[in-house]
Design a protein around this ligand. Structure first.
Ligand code: ZN
Length: 97
């Protein structure tokens, strides 16, 4: 399975799925930091609907961007969002709408 991943800025991501725009990281689950949590958006070339697609995507996201954890909105499974804590490098956040 061949998947290409493109990083989008927030404005571009909003055009793909505005539902995801209100979804944001609020606190790092590892160290409790709430500041400057860096949210990023990526567009997959295929919708992440199967386990195989998610597996391939995850591997590629890690290889190309060093990220391992992502979330998407059911309305559009091509656009995903990630976040990273600047304090401890953790990617697991509490997310809020
Ligand atoms: Zn942290």
């Amino acid at each position: 399975m061949n998947i290409t991943i493109k990083e989008l800025n927030k404005k571009e991501a909003g055009k793909v799925n505005k539902n995801l725009m209100d979804f944001r990281p609020v606190v790092c689950l590892l160290c409790g930091n709430k500041k400057k949590l860096r949210q990023r958006f990526f567009l997959s070339s295929i919708p992440l609907k199967s386990e195989a697609a998610n597996k391939t995507f995850k591997k590629k996201l890690m290889n190309e961007f060093g990220l391992t954890y992502y979330a998407y909105d059911e309305a559009n499974r091509k656009l995903i969002t990630t976040a990273k804590c600047p304090e401890c490098d953790n990617e697991k956040m509490k997310w809020e709408y």
